[in-house]
Design a protein around this ligand. Structure first.
Ligand SMILES: [Zn+2]
Length: 287
């Protein structure tokens, strides 16, 4: 694509700019349903910049199943801040859970079988659909390994089992314990032309904890057309997909510009030790 340094700089500038524009419209909305009380669904918007977000509840109750090297493991240290409150080294490294309040963090339990479904807009050319599927699957496998969660690909994981994304599905609530991923043609009206991705989560309360019920992720073909190829650990299509999917597992935005969870993906973005610790925490909720 870009061969000389000037071209590369221009390309990165374009990507950073595009993402910056897009991120303004990128929201993680959590719909919280108190199932025991049969109250109507309450839609709660969580602001990523709210203070007081902390991984410490998850670290205190955590049952981490994946192996972490020392760089990542040391970030799971808790420091008391007085009156029974704690801050973790991970918080100080800039990582944030998507939701943190009096009910702790919003995390999937380890024994829940989470079904992941991939739907792709039929308007997207077959060759691109195939590349989108392959990239999504490799990100899925990476997340499965780094979180230790019981996630399985149940729909749209092969050409023969291809599932097309319909307009109705893209706005509906997935059934419980499902993460529905929709690749949407950029011309489609569901997403504005500048929007690259959006994640929505539904949650419930059980035994004093908040747990996800389902999640829906929309990814624009614009993301696929704009981001460079390459592996997850550098600025690439896969990294952008990993960013969005990580929201569905309870990770919010990072304050660290070098993290793949920073709101704007920079050319220097990578999977930092804090990111690996956060991913391990998303799979740490005992049943
Ligand atoms: Zn994000």
């Amino acid at each position: 694509m870009a061969r000389n340094p000037d071209d590369r700089r221009r390309l990165f500038k374009r990507i950073a700019l595009l993402l910056a524009v897009v991120v303004a419209g990128l929201v993680l909305v959590v719909f919280l349903t108190r199932s025991e009380q049969k109250e109507p669904e309450i839609a709660l918007g969580y602001n990523f910049t709210l203070d007081g977000k902390s991984w410490s509840p998850a670290i205190k109750e955590g049952n981490i199943r994946v192996e972490l090297d020392w760089d990542a493991a040391k970030l799971l240290t808790l420091n008391p801040t007085g009156s029974g409150n704690f801050i973790s080294e991970l918080d100080m490294a800039g990582s944030n859970p998507s939701v943190s309040n009096q009910f702790g963090n919003l995390l999937w339990p380890q024994c829940t079988r989470i079904a992941t479904e991939i739907f792709i807009d039929q308007d997207i050319p077959a060759a691109t659909r195939s590349q989108m599927r392959d990239a999504t699957i490799s990100v899925f496998l990476w997340l499965k390994e780094l979180t230790g969660l019981y996630i399985v690909l149940t729909k749209g994981s092969s050409e023969r089992g291809e599932e097309f994304s319909t307009g109705a599905q893209r706005i509906s609530t997935p059934d419980d314990n499902i993460i529905a991923i929709h690749w949407v043609n950029k011309e489609n009206t569901v997403m504005s032309p500048d929007e690259l991705a959006a994640a929505t989560m539904w949650a419930t309360h059980k035994n004093g904890q908040q747990i996800p019920r389902s999640s829906r992720i929309r990814l624009s073909s614009n993301l696929f057309d704009t981001m460079p190829d390459g592996e997850i650990d550098r600025l690439s299509k896969k990294m952008a997909i990993a960013h969005e999917l990580s929201h569905a597992f309870g990770i919010g935005h990072s304050n660290d510009p070098d993290s793949y969870m920073y709101p704007v993906l920079a050319p220097s973005a990578s999977i930092t030790p804090a990111d690996r610790a956060a991913l391990a925490l998303t799979g740490s909720r005992a049943c």
